[in-house]
Each structure stands twice: as structure tokens, then as C-alpha cells.
Design a protein around this ligand. Structure first.
Ligand code: C5P
Length: 278
């Protein structure tokens, strides 16, 4: 095969519970994640004399720091193959957003190269490489929803909750994931902000990272509360470590109108996306 294009979807955590800090510095998790097939980066592989990488978003590193390049290096090391493709990454998923964009790109890169070279790596080896690249990466190797434990890398496919319509809102700033976890054990709730689980069609929406993230970035707590005061919103929650907040929309809710109101009343620079969970 000379070329291949893959779509790397975003994710949201419907629930994220932190069970404690581990000796290796990571946190023990129990999280339920679903993919957003309609919000995806595009990764194009074209045969080339040697490997090269480019990204259409200049704010994303296009050197060895990019998770796509890290995935390529691991593939080359594990297989001894050159990965001689020009890889072009077209970003749609914002980064520093808690939507798993970089992790999804890395997973698609591994799957893409393994396909292009007629599967030199076993599923187990791909899993192993994926977890070494990041806690969220193994989740993106499989389709559908999953419950993820350990540091997030232990995947149990979960029955997909009924798809529902969501609105994502994100300010221009991002949240560095290590910072959110580091603050977790010392963090306090802000009075007046709703942290309690919200029932959505039998799923208890909750995110333990809201406490540390809201404390540092009050605007995100304000954005969640603002969404929860609206009738058209069934629930609202921080995505992963942020900085995106997702809102589950009630039937008939007008996502564009809610976005315009949020931009007008809270922050004209809010990024938004609306679509279905898988
Ligand atoms: O695994 P990943 O590279 O995505 O993790 C980024 C950072 O987030 C880690 O270096 C760690 O500080 C924090 N983290 C954590 N516990 C997890 C996942 C991530 O403390 N389960």
C-alpha cells in the first residue's frame, strides 16, 4: 500500500475516579471513556524514500516531542523497519483540552504503520508500546467505549451508553495534565460549585480532577455552573484534566445559540464543537 489516511477520534471521560497515588508517581484510576467519532484528527501516510513528519498546526511540536514521532520511533525499534512514509497530521482536536488528541494520534500511527507493513507487530506488542507512550493511548487502539483502570492503560470494553448529543466549550488556555494530578491530593472544593455525580441515562457523570483544576482555573468552574443553570443542558462536566467542559444537551437544545450566549456572557474566545458520542 502506498498511502493511507486514518481518522483519530477525540474522547471524553463520562466518569473519572482517582483511587489514590501510586509509588511510581502515577494515580490509580477507574474511568469510563467514550469516543467522539465526529471530532477527529486526520493522519495521512504517503510512501516516501524516508520517514518525515509534518503537522498543519504550528503550535503543535513537529519534532521528536510529538507523540506521532515517538510512536514511529517505537515502531522502528520494535520491528527494525524504516517506516519510510511521509506522515502529515491535520489537527482538528485542540490540545491541552483533555480530549485525548495526542494519544489518539499516537494510537492511529501505530495501527497505520502496522497495517502498511502487513502487521509485523502482534496486538500485545502494540498494546505494550501504546502504554509506554501514554496512559490514554491503549484506549484508542480499540473501537467503542471502555472502562480503563490502572493508570488508565488497562482496557475493558464497556457496553456503549446510548449515544447522546454534547456541546464542548474550551477557553484559549490549556491545562497541563501533570499539573492537574499533582494538585489533586491537596485540593479543596470551591463552595457553590457542583461536584456531585450527575445521573445521565443511568451513567453517573463525575470527574475527580475537577477539584484541583477548578481551584487553579476558576473560569472553568464558572463555565460549568453557567451551563448547569440552563434548561437545555442535562449535565456538564470537565473533560479529563481540562480545559474543555462538555455539556449533555437535552432534546431540542440549540448548540449554536448556547455557544453564542457563552461567548457573549463569559468569553468571546471560547472554542466550541457539537456532535454525538459513540
Ligand atoms: O500517561 P500520560 O503521559 O498521559 O500522563 C501525563 C502525566 O499525567 C503523567 O506524567 C502524570 O503526571 C499524570 N498522570 C497521573 N496518573 C495517571 C495518568 C497521568 O498522575 N493515571
Amino acid at each position: 500500500m502506498n498511502s493511507l489516511t486514518l481518522h483519530a477520534p477525540a474522547k471524553i471521560n463520562l466518569s473519572l475516579r482517582i483511587l489514590g497515588k501510586r509509588d511510581d508517581g502515577f494515580h490509580e484510576l477507574d474511568t469510563l471513556m467514550v469516543k467522539l467519532p465526529g471530532l477527529a484528527d486526520e493522519i495521512q501516510f504517503d510512501a516516501s524514500p524516508e520517514f518525515s513528519f509534518a503537522c498543519d498546526d504550528p503550535s503543535v511540536p513537529s519534532d521528536e516531542h510529538n507523540l506521532v514521532v515517538k510512536a514511529v520511533r517505537q515502531f522502528q525499534e520494535a520491528t527494525g523497519l524504516p517506516a519510510s512514509y511521509r506522515i502529515l497530521l491535520r489537527k482538528t482536536i485542540p490540545h491541552g483540552a483533555g480530549l485525548g488528541g495526542g494519544s489518539s494520534d499516537a494510537a492511529s500511527t501505530l495501527l497505520g504503520l502496522n497495517r502498511l507493513y502487513a502487521r509485523p507487530l502482534t496486538e500485545e506488542k502494540i498494546q505494550e508500546i501504546a502504554s509506554s507512550l501514554g496512559s490514554d493511548v491503549p484506549f484508542f487502539l480499540l473501537p467503542g467505549a471502555a472502562r480503563c483502570t490502572g493508570r488508565g492503560e488497562k482496557i475493558t470494553p464497556a457496553p456503549a451508553p446510548v449515544p447522546f448529543r454534547i456541546l464542548l466549550l474550551k477557553p484559549a488556555f490549556g491545562v497541563p495534565t501533570p499539573d492537574a494530578y499533582r494538585r489533586w491530593s491537596q485540593s479543596q472544593e470551591i463552595p457553590g460549585i457542583r461536584y456531585a455525580p450527575q445521573d445521565l441515562a443511568g451513567v453517573q457523570l463525575t470527574n475527580d480532577l475537577e477539584r484541583p483544576v477548578f481551584e487553579k482555573h476558576r473560569f472553568l468552574a464558572e463555565l460549568k455552573q453557567w451551563l448547569l443553570t440552563r434548561n437545555e443542558i442535562a449535565a456538564a462536566l470537565l473533560c479529563g484534566s481540562g480545559s474543555t467542559i462538555f455539556a449533555a444537551l437535552s432534546d431540542g437544545a440549540d448548540a449554536k445559540q448556547i455557544t453564542r450566549a457563552a461567548q457573549c456572557e463569559l468569553d468571546p474566545g471560547l472554542w466550541s464543537w457539537s456532535g454525538l458520542t459513540s
